[in-house]
Design a protein around this ligand. Structure first.
Ligand SMILES: [Zn+2]
Length: 287
């Protein structure tokens, strides 16, 4: 790898109240969790890179749109941070990054809690996504919407998609300075996870929705939310992400963990937006 990442900012762009069975296959369907909606800003030699973009707040503020898009499943709720302002813009402002500083965007997948902020990047910003994810989102009607992929979030012809032709079992592919993508198809047809390599030798394996919770990693429990695959097959990705983190000595970061995400956010912030060198995945999990 020629270039590496310098700093990292972990953002929380909202929350979701949902059955834990979406995160852990076979879990008691009556148990609900409030899971954070994550996004990550990576500072690189070539500017800031944004990984995932949170909800589209218009689909939450408007009751009719909310009912159509978010009201399909009983009891599940999408929750924005307090205030009327756009959560992505508020979160970027808090770290002194403006939209025009974002040189590239990459999305793990096109679920509404990850792709809802793409509409901000209609200028000359490349948006990295797996080809098969974009094909699913744009052309598989109405199944994509029934599975939480809302075409309105990304069918804008002004968006400049840079599609990746990943296959299962591919090696990680460097897509941006210090940022690699790894196909982890299953949660959605073209889901990908990311690996961030920092100049100081630390790094993160960001599973996103290939593993929502620490339990998915610790006990190698398959995820519950899948499209067109058997949930049990998702442990292949969980094991692969674990072994990548182990090989490189990187932190393993689940996508929506209610305890790990805020804890890691705080630790990274306290350490000047670097991954603390002493911090191990085990410490993060046990705290
Ligand atoms: Zn998802």
């Amino acid at each position: 790898m020629k270039t590496k990442a310098e700093r990292v900012f972990l953002l929380t762009l909202g929350w979701e109240y949902l059955p834990k069975a979406w995160s852990v296959h076979g879990w008691d369907p009556t148990e609900f969790l409030t899971e954070p909606v994550p996004a990550v800003v990576v500072e690189t030699d070539e500017g800031y890179v944004l990984l995932d973009t949170g909800f589209n707040p218009a689909l939450i503020h408007d009751k009719a749109l909310y009912d159509r898009f978010h009201g399909r499943v009983n009891g599940v709720r999408a929750v924005l941070p307090p205030g009327d302002e756009d959560p992505l813009l508020v979160a970027l402002e808090a770290i002194n990054v403006s939209l025009k500083d974002i040189k590239a965007v990459a999305v793990s997948h096109l679920h509404n809690d990850h792709a809802g902020g793409l509409r901000h990047f209609i200028q000359d910003v490349p948006i990295f996504v797996q080809q098969r994810e974009l094909d699913f989102g744009l052309f598989d009607f109405p199944k994509a919407e029934e599975n939480g992929v809302f075409r309105v979030d990304f069918d804008d012809p002004r968006l400049r998609f840079h599609t990746l032709q990943g296959h299962l079992n591919d090696q990680p592919e460097e897509i941006l300075p210090g940022v690699e993508a790894l196909p982890t198809f299953g949660h959605t047809p073209g889901h990908q996870s990311f690996i961030v390599n920092f100049r100081d030798g630390t790094g993160m394996v960001l599973a996103f929705d290939a593993a929502d919770l620490m339990e998915n990693f610790e006990k190698e429990l398959p995820i519950g939310g899948v499209v067109d695959v058997e949930p049990a097959t998702t442990t292949v990705h969980i094991k692969r992400l674990k072994s990548l983190a182990l090989e490189r000595g990187y932190l393993l970061v689940p996508g929506h963990d209610p305890h790990v995400w805020p804890k890691l956010t705080q630790l990274v912030q306290e350490n000047g937006y670097h991954v603390p060198k002493h911090l191990t995945t085990e410490v993060l999990f046990s705290s």
